[in-house]
Design a protein around this ligand. Structure first.
Ligand code: NAD
Length: 538
């Protein structure tokens, strides 16, 4: 059993040392698995196995939901939501602050499960409880700022009192991916609950356990159990019933699936937010601190083995510093430690599945066959585990190569030289995506000026992605084909509410009064409008 295994003891170590033997197997205590999977709404009697990418063995058997189960989940969620909407905002916020503490206290258990299910390095798994703690604390502390009834300007000063209420949408359907299985399952639901909604969650089938642990922690933090329903099964089967029952849909995943979801939501006239893919650019300007830029580029490109929507797949480096930067970046990349391990000290873990490995190999193979040069990495590493691939830097990538414009979603980055900044910005903006960008420069003001020209939803200056992603007060999401809507900040919670304007009128009415003709009324109103403008009123 690993040293950090929590007291609750979910893990049973297999026969081999995972650091040295790719056939190492892990198993989970059946009682532990059952304590998580009991939350799934399932009446089918069917299960599907989930496998650990660390060694490829089955980790658990997950009960599967049918269309009828999804409908049942909505029935329960609606019932719970009706009571939940009557609880006070202070009560709900207090639960989020409890969740913050619970997630920090139970981080070892969360991280173990995330590493087992996703194969990622422990340090990348730590980002998940970290992000949920930040999100829970932020919304717990700012609940009133976002949700209190707001006074607005009335049309007749002093006589028209206008207030805007934030009314919960009802039940939110959340469809989440496997790459950050704990945080992506929970982070969008936190503001939904705070705003008075219930949730029906459909996490990715490969990483159900991490998502179920999130549901369990919500319950332990005090949220009513029925408020957060979980269904399990393939997206292609359960996606439509999840959308059919929802009052709003929050989706994180690929652009292709996002398009399907947007169409179905449009048909039902319900809103949706879509957090989709990216082909994110990182710019190293000629005045950049090259050590910092090289260190940042490693994290930007290889965090979570590149299976991160905001990670960088295109580096644009100023001519004047190109060689010096590349030397540093390649050296740092080659020094990375790879491994299948639950322990700290590994720089990069496994890809999540054979499908991910196939995509990465196809992109690198195609680029090399068409003349790209491999500056670092470039090979699968079956000696470490079934889905390992080295962190890879490509040079000489051209538009005819698949990885020039298509998202790889793996540890592969292409590096390009630029001569002038306008050209670098134009190339960074090329393509359909617009999720995240990063700019390295020692001149912050210049970095911010360039950021305004970049068509991405987030831009990090002298950081890879963490500065925007962890600043929960600021919105996060994609422009163009990287998405619609925003998570985090006010936008991240207002998406789950309907704004309701309530105006109370006193003394006058919006119609001719005291025997006034319609024509006279129009003249009086016209004079009033002119006066208001002169007085500077909005
Ligand atoms: P995916 O779209 O295949 O799957 C994501 C989720 O959608 C899963 O839960 C899946 O079961 C479900 N799904 C699949 N088909 C569906 C359908 N027809 N109807 C409804 N739901 C369906 O994405 P993926 O390939 O597993 O995930 C990787 C992608 O997600 C990458 O493109 C990545 O950039 C993107 N992503 C974006 C963000 C972000 O915040 N912008 C975060 C993580 C991942």
């Amino acid at each position: 059993m690993s040293e950090h295994t929590p007291a609750s003891g979910p893990l049973v170590e297999g026969p081999h040392d995972p650091e040295h033997d790719p056939r190492a197997s892990y198993a989970l205590e059946p009682e532990y698995v059952a304590s998580l999977t009991r939350r799934i709404v399932s009446s089918t009697g069917r299960t599907a196995p989930v496998f650990s990418p660390l060694g490829g063995q089955p980790l658990a058997h997950i009960p599967q939901s049918s269309t009828a189960d999804v409908a049942q989940a909505y029935v329960r969620a609606r019932r719970a939501q009706a009571a939940w909407a009557r609880t006070s905002l202070d009560e709900r916020a207090a639960m989020l602050l409890r969740l913050h503490d619970l997630v920090l206290d139970r981080q070892e258990e969360i991280i173990d499960l995330v590493v087992l299910e996703s194969g990622k390095a422990r340090k990348h798994a730590f980002d998940e409880p970290l992000h949920i703690a930040l999100t829970a604390r932020y919304y717990g502390r700012t609940a009133h700022q976002h949700l209190d009834t707001e006074r607005k300007l009335g049309v007749v000063p002093g006589l028209t009192r206008v207030e805007v209420n934030r009314v919960p949408k009802g039940v939110v359907g959340i469809i989440s991916p496997w790459n950050y299985p704990f945080t992506m399952a929970l982070c969008d639901g936190i503001p939904a609950l705070l705003a008075g909604n219930a949730v029906v969650a459909k996490p990715d089938a490969q990483t159900m356990l991490s998502a179920l642990l999130g549901a369990q922690l919500l319950e332990e933090a005090g949220f009513p159990p029925d408020l957060w329903q979980v269904v399990a099964g393939p997206g292609a089967e359960l996606g439509t019933p999840v959308i059919d029952g929802a009052d709003y849909v929050c989706f994180t995943g690929s652009t292709a699936t996002g398009r399907l979801i947007a169409r179905q939501c449009a048909e039902r006239l319900i809103g949706c937010s879509l957090e989709l893919g990216g082909k994110n650019p990182l710019l190293v300007l000629r005045d950049a601190d090259l050590e910092k830029a090289a260190e940042g580029a490693v994290r930007a490109s290889f965090s979570n083995a590149g299976q991160l929507c905001v990670s960088m797949e295109r580096l644009f480096v100023a001519d004047q510093v190109y060689d010096r930067f590349v030397e540093r970046f390649v050296a740092r990349t080659q020094a990375m430690t790879l491994g299948a391990s639950l322990e700290w000290g590994v720089d990069m873990g496994s890809l999540v599945s054979q499908a991910q490995l196939d995509t990465v190999q196809a992109h690198v193979g195609d680029a090399v066959a068409r003349g790209a040069r491999v500056l670092a990495g470039g090979r699968a590493r079956p000696d470490l585990g079934p889905y390992f691939f080295e962190p890879t830097i490509l040079e000489g990538v051209t538009p005819d190569m698949t990885c020039f414009g298509q998202e790889t979603f793996g540890p592969v980055v292409s590096i390009y030289r630029f001569h002038d900044e306008a050209d670098a910005v134009a190339r960074a903006n090329a393509g359909e995506y617009g999720l995240n960008a990063s700019i390295y420069t020692q001149d912050g003001a210049r970095g911010r000026a360039i950021a305004r020209q970049v068509t991405c939803g987030t831009v990090n200056i002298n950081e890879a992605f963490g500065a925007t992603f962890a600043s929960i007060d600021s919105p996060m999401g994609g422009m163009r084909e990287s998405g619609m809507g925003r998570r985090q900040g006010s936008e991240g919670i207002h998406r789950y509410t309907e704004s309701q304007s309530v105006a109370t009128q006193r003394l006058i009415r919006f119609a001719p009064m005291l025997g006034m003709s319609d024509e006279r009324y129009a003249q009086v109103m016209t004079a009033q409008l002119r006066l208001m403008k002169k007085l500077g009123r909005a």
